[in-house]
Write a protein that binds this ligand. Sequence first.
Ligand SMILES: Nc1ncnc2c1ncn2[C@@H]1O[C@H](COP(=O)(O)OP(=O)(O)OP(=O)(O)O)[C@@H](O)[C@H]1O
Ligand SMILES: [Mg+2]
Length: 302
Amino acid sequence: MAKENTEVDAERETRTERTRAGDPTDTAPDQLISTDPGREGVAEQDDEPSGATETVIEAHGLDVYYGETRALDDVTIEIPSNRVTAMIGPSGCGKSTFLRCINRMNDLIDVARVEGDLLFDGVDVYADDVDPVALRRHVGMVFQHPNPFPKSIYDNVAYGLRVQGDTDDLDGRVEQALRRAALWEEVSDRLDDSALDLSGGQQQRLCIARAIAVDPAVILMDEPASALDPIATSKIEDLIDELAESYTVVIVTHNMQQAARISDRTAVFLTGGELVEVGPTREIFEDPEEDRVEDYITGKFG
Ligand SMILES: Nc1ncnc2c1ncn2[C@@H]1O[C@H](COP(=O)(O)OP(=O)(O)OP(=O)(O)O)[C@@H](O)[C@H]1O
Ligand SMILES: [Mg+2]
């Protein structure tokens, strides 16, 4: 489990305080709107006393189609902040599709169509006035295969901050992101080397450093350790555990032991894009309500 509830609650308090104090580093829903930041309807949601810090992502009746093929079928889920939520299920059941819905990466797939509601901090991420680029600053993503830019280690981490024009104390923030990604000790004397010269496990931690450098609220990870050896995998797992102190992590994994080790909550998707059960990881693995989930977890099908 990522942490004790008391620590989660303390962190949540901190985030709530920061929101109240108007800390610019925190996620304000109106920052997603590029065209009209002062929009009244969105600003009102900032004043909601509850919800924003409890549930950071929620889907209601979410369907995704690729052309005629339905990849997600009426998915409803609430994802709490500062927890690790694992998505498991057989190949093709829609795990990556769901993850890509959250930061609108499916927009890049021509035939993809999303129906239903997907909210981030209470804002409909598919509303006409939401800017997907702004959204992705709050909802970062790490992919299965490490994909550093063909640039130096430093420039990879600094990239998002430079794009935002947010270059105050760049050196310090690059160092901080590399430290949080547990990579600083290994690269501090070679920041100008090409990122492509790093090992696979180092490249993946660099991609995590790049994702957290812009201080997102949520980090989506699609099988981030499946291409790594056991030692690199264990480093990534330790890192995820630590990241959950500051971020909400949603991770897709095919490795059920990994889901059981690192997540607080687990969502089980099954063939046809159905979200069959979601709940505390221990309950899902030890005493699921659905027979189909038990069959999948015990390897009877899937
Ligand atoms: N770009 C695409 N165009 C058309 N169909 C797609 C596309 N991406 C995914 N699909 C289909 O949508 C369904 C869900 O795919 P998705 O990649 O979300 O599954 P997954 O659970 O992540 O699988 P895996 O565990 O193999 O990664 C599959 O039937 C897949 O063939
Ligand atoms: Mg996938």
